[in-house]
Ligand binder design. Sequence first.
Ligand code: LAG
Ligand code: CA
Length: 476
Amino acid sequence: MTKPLRRIAAALAATALAALSLTSCAPSYPAATPITTNSVGVQMNMWSFDSIAAECPTLATDGYDWALVSPPQEDIQGSEWWDHYQPVSYMIDSSLGNEKQFKAMIAACNQVGVEIMVDVVLNHMTGQMNGQGFAGTEFTKYEFPGLYATDDFHSCPTGVDQIQDWSNVEEIQQCELLGLADLNTGKQNVRDQLAKFLQGLRKMGVSGFRVDAAKHIAASELKQIIDQLPSDTTFIDEVIGEQPPQSDYYAFSHVFSFDWITQMHNIFGSNGLLGGSADQSYFDMLSPSDKTVTLVSNHDTERNGSGLTYQFAKQFNLASAFTLAVPYGKPMMYSSYAFSDTDAGPIQGPDGYQPKAECVANVGPDHGTYADGEWVCQHRWPAIVGMIAFHKAVGDAKFTNIWQEGDGYGFGRGKLGYVAFNTGDTAIAATIKTSMPAGTYTDRISGSDVVVAADGTMQVNVASWSAVAIDVKSKK
Ligand code: LAG
Ligand code: CA
């Protein structure tokens, strides 16, 4: 090789090396699966990281695709569950576990195909005047070392700190919710700090986020934070009530359906079922299906009376099954602990961390009474697990063959599945017309055989407060 040629070759090699090292230094985000119509999630409310890690193989076997983790960042000290909604820093350390345990949870869950979504509190910091956080961070209400100073918080345009007029979007977004220090997300440095928090979680392997109190953050400002994350990151925003409208957030996020929580409470709580109204036109009145995460309850509605709870076990059970049965939304189930005091968090150990969660014996709607702090493990209730399989088997097939008889209500999902509910106190024996291929199927709820005749009819006995569900994948 002549000298100039050798020099060119060396230069080329150097460029190649530089390109290589550039690639290896570029920020790397693990790929995430955005939620789809078929996927099923579960809010593991106040489950510690170690407990979720241990439960993930079961979640995977039962068909759950993702689990939502309670706010993982450093919070104020205390034993109430809601301490976790008062951030003090973005260190991962609270009664739920530390960063090492958080990462181990992600690894354990991802290994079995369960992705992790995280509840993130972006709207505010704590409302306490001063103190020391769980991990030792010293703070005052508007000063958080290394993160925020006084001018990084909104000053409420009304001159009164708290939100007063709940129809005024400016107040909702720039004043204090419950006296919590309201971050000025209009400022670039504040948005960058929040984006950095999310990027860090995303790089650890988190797939997406529930944005707590999202309606209290201007949509345009939240979008600028979200734009700093890779496009395969899922966002589900908490936007309750009339103002601002949920539609402000559709362009860059999913939303939770609080209408669905209300409907499930009304319908199953009052023993009525959707009746003839549960056809496609009913769902067309709700938020768009592909943007909507449906749920029977969350940690708030479980306590404020607007959602069904494990205490109304048979209603909660069937409402969850129904949520998995309909061609609407992307369902998220709910799992948590028993309580009589609505403020009480799960039991903490002497070091402040929660001991590992163990499900009660005989999980299910017939369990009976619970002691405070016991893990109800609604995610393992047999009818819910059975209906996850149904949900996946029927995909986006349309409503067919609606059946209604007394407290019985059923519908098909094209040729792919059929489900019949009974919210009455006595069993219903019925002959129901389906569009299913003839054959013998296993009922997803009871495990018994169901025979579909050549003309598509099936003779079933739907037990009180139960259901019968068959689908192409349960055909023998
Ligand atoms: C949410 N979504 O928008 C959460 O789902 C909800 O659980 C949070 O309230 C709220 N927004 C703020 O993130 C929870 C409790 C509140 C609690 C708050 C902060 O439901 O009761 O407020 O978390 O910890 C508590 C006290 C209030 C007090 C406030 C500030 O209950 O009386 O004003 O702390 O000190
Ligand atoms: Ca705000």
